[in-house]
Design a protein around this ligand. Structure first.
Ligand SMILES: *Cc1c(COP(=O)(O)O)cnc(C)c1O
Length: 427
């Protein structure tokens, strides 16, 4: 598509946008001066609230009020089976079979639970491969998982870093490192999208290469779920987890999703940390000794479901499905992010001042663009915030901006381009 840097052009794209009505389904915070909506470009951190979310919570408050303990088995949405209500949509979001997914806990908790099962080091096969500069929580999770097995993080954890002068990883380098580690490689755990650069990793190729050397392969999809098309089952990924509050709009601290490939569905002896909610549902209330897991990902559940946050998640997933799911969102997303990139590339600033470190190839990125600002980065960020553009700042000098296809418009992107141009003109 050939873009034009005019408000007219942006409005034309909005008028043709098949998803244009969805913006009205979300609550957009006002700009600091209160006169209009903010330009919300921070869905990579916390997605906006669906208008239906509040009623979904109130419905469960009502059930609690009227049914109390009976709510586990009675009413339209018995809490005992509530996780099943999220299964089909979650499976679609990540390209899985329903038995391969379950929604429970929070993301870092689930990462730990999955590593208990899928990082089982031996004396010779004990290395974990991850991206350097991964999201801090993932780093801490790995570091402590490794220590828990009596290993030293410096020895057991291998980090991938870009070539000198480059900002993102090359797939060929990732695959070469996997081959080099060979028999010593126990587990690969990477982001599906790196939170800092916005780079999408080639999950299919990484999984294939990992399996070729006998390693388990998993992904943290915090920035990928609801952002890019995923085919976890077909890619043959072993395990994955994601959060629901970024591109899945399910509220601060919202529940997390877990994927465990179907080939592990009937392996009750696969080591895991168990709780009663993962116990075979038919027999759960017999309260017997000896853990017998449910089939599939559900067998990793620990506790009875967090109904209030899961109710929000159900409402939010319904918006994604109503919009046509990932195929429809992705079509718009590529254009929306492409338009932002076009406007940034027109700024009259040399690359030595400001550059986009997110890959230019749409197949290697989602919504987000990461701007590396070599001078006065904080000043640019403050300028954006004062103008009502909500992005986020990542130390030492990156601004992340994510136009989200569910609720952002081409006009939003155009205005962000204007705000950036104002600042560039002053430099
Ligand atoms: C957002 C994010 C988290 C946050 O973890 P919580 O347990 O939900 O607080 C973890 N890992 C990655 C890669 C993230 O992007």
């Amino acid at each position: 598509m050939t873009f034009e840097p005019t408000l007219d052009f942006a409005r034309r794209l909005d008028a043709q946008d098949p998803l244009r009505e969805f913006r009205q389904h979300f609550l957009i915070p006002p700009a600091p001066n209160g006169s209009r909506d903010s330009l919300y470009f921070c869905g990579n951190s916390l997605g906006l609230q669906p208008r239906t979310a509040r009623a979904a919570v109130e419905r469960q408050m009502q059930n609690w009020q009227e049914l109390a303990v009976e709510g586990h088995f009675k009413g339209e949405t018995p809490w005992m089976h509530f996780h099943q209500r999220l299964q089909d949509a979650s499976a679609q979001v990540v390209g899985a079979k329903p038995v391969e997914v379950v929604v429970m806990n929070n993301l870092t908790t689930n990462l730990h639970l999955l590593l208990v099962s899928f990082y089982q080091p031996t004396a010779t096969r004990y290395k974990v491969l991850m991206e350097g500069g991964a999201f801090p929580s993932d780093q801490y999770a790995l570091e402590t998982q490794v220590r828990m097995r009596g290993l030293e993080p410096d020895d057991a954890i291998v980090e991938l870093t870009p070539r000198p002068g480059e900002h993102t990883l090359r797939t060929e380098d990732i695959l070469a490192k996997i081959a080099e580690l060979g028999d010593s490689l126990c587990t690969i755990i990477m982001g599906g999208i790196n939170y800092y650069t916005g780079q999408v990793y080639d999950m299919a190729a990484i999984t294939k290469a990992g399996h070729a050397v006998g390693a388990m392969v998993g992904f943290d999809l915090a920035h990928a779920a609801g952002n890019i098309p995923l085919q976890l089952h077909d890619w043959d990924v072993d395990f994955a987890c994601w959060c629901s509050y970024k591109y899945l709009n399910s509220g601060p601290g919202g529940v997390s999703g877990v994927f465990v490939h179907e080939r592990f569905a009937d392996q009750p002896d696969l080591l895991r940390l168990a709780g009663w909610w993962g116990y075979d549902e038919q027999e759960r209330f017999k309260m017997r000794k000896g853990f017998r897991p449910m089939r599939g990902a559900a067998g990793w559940q620990l506790s009875n479901s967090a109904i209030l946050t899961m109710a929000v998640h159900e409402a939010a997933l319904a918006e994604h499905m109503a919009a046509g799911g990932m195929p429809a969102l992705r079509r718009k997303s590529e254009q929306l992010t492409g338009y932002l990139e076009f406007l940034i590339n027109r700024l009259e600033l040399p690359k030595s001042r400001l550059e986009i470190i997110t890959p230019a190839d749409p197949a290697q990125r989602g919504c987000q663009l990461s701007l590396l600002v070599h001078q006065n980065g904080r000043d640019l960020f403050d300028h954006l915030m004062e103008a009502g553009v909500i992005g986020d700042w990542r130390e030492p000098n990156v601004i992340r901006l994510a136009p989200v296809p569910l609720y952002n418009t081409f006009e939003d992107v155009f205005h962000v381009g204007e705000v950036l141009a104002e600042w560039a003109a002053r430099q």
